[in-house]
Design a protein around this ligand. Structure first.
Ligand code: SF4
Length: 91
């Protein structure tokens, strides 16, 4: 089973009214490149114009980006509001 297949099994309750992660898309390019590599859900993407795109829908709430950004790029990080966010489906 591939990582993509495993992620597809999870269910996401997206809170359209509250972005639980906010990022500075104009932030440090080296940090952004790090986040592109490290986010296990692949939510940090450099588009064809070389700009960062980020969508909190699909977040696994692992906290990797918060730690890896070292206080930059990730402007705010919270868990989603109650009842929202990822629902892991194992087995
Ligand atoms: S918390 Fe984890 S899954 Fe969510 S955006 Fe950050 S690195 Fe990606």
């Amino acid at each position: 089973m591939t990582v993509e297949e495993k992620l597809a099994v999870d269910k996401f309750h997206v809170d359209e009214e509250f972005a639980h992660i906010d990022v500075d898309k104009e932030g440090d390019a080296a940090i952004i490149a790090r986040l592109v590599k490290l986010c296990p859900a692949g939510l940090y993407v450099i588009n064809e114009d070389g700009e960062l795109t980020f969508d909190y829908a699909g977040c696994l709430e692992c906290g990797t980006c918060l730690v890896a950004a070292g206080g930059t790029v990730v402007k705010s990080w919270n868990y989603p509001r109650g009842g929202m966010g990822v629902e892991f489906r194992l087995g």
